[in-house]
Design a protein around this ligand. Structure first.
Ligand code: AMP
Length: 195
């Protein structure tokens, strides 16, 4: 099914993108939201915005962010909670990143009588990821794409976020896509998975 048909069907979609750093979640989320008019909620972008504005939250988050560590659950949940009360047609990118965040998201959605429509897991090869992140560092200059921070983020992913995939797998909510290859190829597989 094409994206236009997804839009035409008027499917209300609350989608979570899961996968390791550099798997292409942000790129795909931005493309889909542009085409379908969905909201793209990226906690990473929200944190970068807080840091750029030098807010108290941003200064606190920076101490974790720069090293490639996760910002504490309470901080991220406080930051995103008010955005969850009224979400429809949204792609959550980079949240939830821990099982505590995933359970909180379920609770918040159940309070408003809705649930997630799709959880998409971006499956990739670690070697390719490191290469992608190194390229991104050359282009975007993100401090957390420095080699040491990349290693830390991979460790953090394996320890904290991989269990989130299992959390959703336990109740059969995961659709897995092959996220290797060209942006266009991934986009096609993603569209299939969402439709
Ligand atoms: P991202 O842009 O999604 O790769 O996130 C970049 C960084 O922001 C992460 O390495 C964390 O330091 C922080 N971050 C983003 N989302 C979360 C989250 N849901 N929980 C904790 N930290 C987060």
């Amino acid at each position: 099914m094409t994206l236009a048909r997804i839009a035409l069907k008027g499917l209300a979609l609350r989608i979570v993108f899961l996968g390791p750093p550099g798997a292409g979640k942000g790129t795909q989320a931005a493309m889909l939201t542009d085409e379908l008019g969905y909201q793209h909620l990226s906690t990473g972008d929200m944190i970068r915005d807080e840091m750029a504005r030098g807010t108290e939250l941003g200064q606190f988050a920076k101490t974790f962010y720069d090293k490639g560590n996760l910002v504490p659950d309470e901080t991220v949940i406080d930051m995103i909670k008010f955005r969850l009360a009224d979400i429809e047609d949204v792609i959550l990118d980079g949240f939830p990143r821990t099982v505590v965040q995933a359970a909180t998201l379920d609770d918040e959605l159940s309070k408003i009588g809705v649930s997630l429509d799709r959880v998409i897991f971006f499956r990739v090869d670690v070697e390719e990821l490191v290469e992608r992140l190194e390229k991104r560092r050359e282009i975007e200059g993100r401090v957390d794409d420095e080699p040491e921070a990349i290693r830390r983020r991979m460790d953090v992913y394996n320890r904290e976020t991989a269990p989130v995939v299992d959390y959703y797998r336990d109740n059969d909510r995961v659709t897995e896509i092959d996220a290797l290859g060209t942006i266009e190829g991934v986009r096609e597989r993603l569209t299939e998975a969402i439709a």
